[in-house]
Design a protein around this ligand. Sequence first.
Ligand code: FAD
Length: 270
Amino acid sequence: MYFCMGLTEPDSGTNTLEVRSFASADGNGWRLNGRKIWITGVPEADKMLVVARTKKIEDVERKTDGLSMFMIDVKREGLTHAAIEKLGTNTLASSNVYFENVRIEGSELIGTLHRGWNELLDVLNTERIVTTAGCVASGRLATRLGVEYAKERKVFRGTPIGAYQGIQFPLAQAHAELECARLMNYKAATLHDQGKPFGSEANTAKLIASQAASTLIERAMQTMGGMGFARESHLERLWRDARLFRFAPVSEEMILNFIAQHDLGLPRSY
Ligand SMILES: Cc1cc2nc3c(=O)[nH]c(=O)nc-3n(C[C@H](O)[C@H](O)[C@H](O)COP(=O)(O)OP(=O)(O)OC[C@H]3O[C@@H](n4cnc5c(N)ncnc54)[C@H](O)[C@@H]3O)c2cc1C
């Protein structure tokens, strides 16, 4: 069974606590109304994990109260979706999703009614571990493509371009960062498996992995010159796809906000 993640909304964006999709009580279940944006894999998924308010934000003491998660069928009356044309990650569509009086059964609640916020963070932090693994893999593929090319390609006096420090150093720097992110991701995954808090590690790994992968892919393209721009080289696809992970599923800025606040104890800036 495949499921997609229905969190982001057009109006609230990164400010998840202000999602507007609302599930109102209806007998032993709920009726869902609202809209999501950028939901990836909807046509392929059997289920959607929907994050919705079950109490209006103006009716709760703390904004973190009144959020709930539901796992519903994608093919359900009142749920429609339309793909958005996008730059990369075109292996799966990303869609606008509309809920119009969608029936949710009582058994489709995931976790605790009205108290889904902390449970959602566990889902999101786990997704960060997976995202980091993807960034590490993309960065490594780009490194391999760039290094293999740099060893072979000779432009002046029979010297391979890979012998120039101008080519080597940026690749070596980003490679070192990517390896650190990979190890930090293992730490996050280990803590997750041990049932311990892993948010700081998962966020740190995702921040560095997405930046290092982007740099490696960019530098591999520079190393390959025109060939990096050719469709057949794979790099142009990696280059387009890598850009996404600087701001999704969580942006660099929000991770830095998290590290500043939770790891360094600085005041919340927003
Ligand atoms: C291809 C693609 C696939 C996606 N797939 C999914 C999916 O499957 N499910 C899903 O739920 N979502 C999905 N998303 C949504 C993605 O998670 C969001 O785009 C991302 O979280 C950023 O939200 P936003 O686009 O609303 O940006 P906004 O929240 O509007 O932010 C815009 C910019 O402002 C910055 N910013 C905002 N607040 C602050 C602050 N306090 N301090 C500093 N900077 C700030 C952000 O960091 C960002 O750079 C996908 C997006 C894309 C593009």
